[in-house]
Design a binder for this molecule. Structure first.
Ligand SMILES: [Fe+2]
Length: 588
């Protein structure tokens, strides 16, 4: 039974393959196309999934699509966003997904369409390993729903209630993101990162914007929001309410911006906690499954677990729309077989492409890159990299299958010593070129967590924050409020990365490594060895580890850096400048 899941035409288009209930592959189109948040039909990710499963198009039993286009069109027509007079309505086409799946993917198998939030819910519940759980999905908007309260039991998901557009927790946070001068879609997590620097002095005003009723319904005060405009998501009344002017993108971040971020984060957490209480009362479950773009707010997730009513929480690692293809595929598997595809918890997301060492060796030779060959010398490679990290080098780490979802988890990562005071600025200057206030995340051996973090369970996907309790000074990965967003690593799911952490600890006494995504600003995380070489060449990292090969920066031919800089991908907004800015309107 081959079920392909697809999410597309919004942002982060993705594809996965369930083969007899086993998730054999999942990838986002942006990793192949090199356009960040690529919203187009995931043609390359689809090809990859079939290749990984060893099947061709005729072997597909069903393609599961992550939302219902006709329902979505009804909402788009009811709340049109052409108040700016844009006559181009060609994108309002409910038949496009099916037509392009037939024409561009060549799929002749039946297509099943599942509701957006049901796909979110399934992407969490059916991969959580729980037999029963409450399910909360929260995003900007799907077809009509912006949040669902659901119960998963007896292998089925029952939606108990939903909040409908334009009332939306995600759009509230997104509007504040836009007000603070960050890109909607990308910038929500910058607001979260900025919040600990501020004071919650705008909380009363934020509470005027969004209100949670006792029955679980969320209400936005629509005087302050404008989801029809393609230019902003808020009205001038918001400026009056907040007694502040919107921050221009890239302009200096001032105290008022930090205070607004803090206040929005506080009210987001309050709202989610209230929603969790409501769901707990309705279901009396001890476990919660979370999905939807808002579930990527790892500070709120930690608060839900700490202060909320549930004993255990599972967050879908690709909680945004990328991961919805998993949910749609799981729903189709259930419909076709009458059985849930799996009762196991998703314990890793190394579901993307891998590249053989021999293939990499050939490419390095052709590119005249003088790499050090460690094939068959695993321990020596790990020891050498640990030595370089311990003396302050920044290392691009490319190993095995690429991660699915927004986080780098030791397959396509940039690594460094988290103890060094200057490391955050150093990496920002070299490669990330991102806002200095945003801390980097650490990876730590799962067995060492208790000695260094206030965390009593595994957190393999960097989806929650916790307090750093370590005696070590870790300025590069510790936020201003003393928290961090860890990845706990175990030797079973990523043995070479675990070995590197062990080797680094044996040299330094520090079981952490700074782990940030392997990309430069505006670029998707690298996927192929060539992407990694190009990013490495365009940045100032010291070493690149490509599978079994170690490449010092100086080993690149002189011409390579020029090639790398000249061929870096264009930002998403340039690539799709002719498309309507859906992201302003419905972002998650
Ligand atoms: Fe969504």
């Amino acid at each position: 039974m081959n079920v392909v899941g697809v999410s597309a035409y919004f942002h982060d288009s993705s594809c996965c393959l369930l083969q007899d209930g086993k998730l054999v592959a999942a990838a986002s189109e942006e990793r192949f196309s090199r356009f960040k948040h690529d919203p187009r039909l995931p043609i390359q990710a689809f090809r990859y999934c079939l290749e990984e499963g060893g099947i061709d198009i005729t072997d597909i039993d069903c393609l599961a699509y992550y939302e219902q286009p006709t329902k979505k069109l009804a909402r788009q027509l009811t709340f049109p966003i052409f108040s700016n007079g844009d006559p181009n309505l060609s994108w309002l086409d409910a038949r496009k997904p099916e037509r392009e799946i037939r024409e561009l993917l060549g799929v002749e198998a039946p297509i099943r369409f599942y509701e957006h939030h049901l796909s979110h819910a399934a992407s969490s519940f059916y991969f959580s390993g729980f037999d029963e759980a409450a399910i909360l999905t929260v995003d900007g908007v799907g077809e009509w729903a912006t949040c669902t309260y659901a119960l998963g039991s007896d292998d089925h998901i029952r939606v108990l209630d939903e909040v409908r557009f334009p009332h939306s927790v995600g759009l509230f946070y997104s509007a504040i993101t836009a007000f603070l001068g960050f890109d909607v879609l990308d910038g929500e997590y910058k607001v979260m990162g900025l919040a600990p620097y501020g004071e919650p002095r705008f909380v009363p005003e934020m509470r005027q914007l969004i209100r949670l009723r006792e029955d679980g319904q969320v209400e936005l005060d629509l005087r302050f929001f404008d989801f029809r405009s393609m230019n902003a998501m808020y009205t001038s009344e918001l400026e009056e309410l907040l007694r502040a002017t919107p921050r221009a993108p890239e302009s200096p971040i001032e105290a008022v911006h930090k205070d607004l971020a803090k206040s929005a984060q506080v009210v987001l957490e309050e709202t989610l906690l209230g929603q969790a209480e409501h769901l707990f009362t309705s279901t009396r479950q001890q476990r919660l499954c979370l999905a939807g773009g808002v579930a990527l707010n790892c500070v709120a997730n930690a608060r839900l677990l700490r202060d909320g009513p549930f004993e255990e929480i599972f967050v879908q690692p690709a909680a945004g729309d990328a991961g919805s293809c998993l949910g749609a595929a799981a729903l189709a598997h259930l419909d076709l077989t009458g059985r849930r595809h799996s009762r196991d918890r998703l314990d890793h997301v190394y579901l993307g492409p891998d590249y053989a060492s021999d293939e990499i060796a050939y490419a390095l030779q052709k590119l005249e890159v003088l790499a050090i060959d460690f094939r068959g010398k695993d321990t020596e490679l790990v020891a050498t990299v640990a030595d370089h990290l311990a003396r302050g080098c920044v290392v691009g780490w490319f190993q095995g299958r690429a991660e699915f979802g927004p986080r780098s988890l030791g397959a396509r990562s940039i690594l460094a010593d988290p103890r060094a005071e200057h490391m955050r600025d150093h990496i920002n200057r070299l490669v990330k070129k991102r806002e200095g206030f945003r801390p980097f995340a650490p990876s730590i051996l799962a067995t060492r967590v208790g000695d260094h973090l206030d965390l009593d369970h595994r957190s393999p996907f960097m989806l929650e924050t916790c307090r750093v309790t370590s005696n070590l000074s870790l300025p590069a990965i510790t936020h201003v409020d003393g928290s961090c967003r860890p990845q706990t690593v175990d030797g079973q799911t990523n043995p070479r990365f675990a070995a590197l952490l062990e080797a680094f600890e044996s040299r330094t006494g520090c079981p952490f490594l700074l782990n940030t995504s392997f990309n430069v600003r505006g670029e998707p995380i690298v996927c192929s060895p060539l992407d990694a070489l190009r990013c490495f060449g365009a940045s100032g990292m010291d070493y690149l580890v490509l599978a079994d090969f170690l490449i010092p920066q100086e080993a690149l031919p002189e011409s390579f850096a020029r090639f790398a800089s000249a061929t870096m991908p264009r930002p998403w907004n340039d690539a799709f400048s002719r498309e309507p800015l859906h992201a302003v309107y419905t972002f998650i």
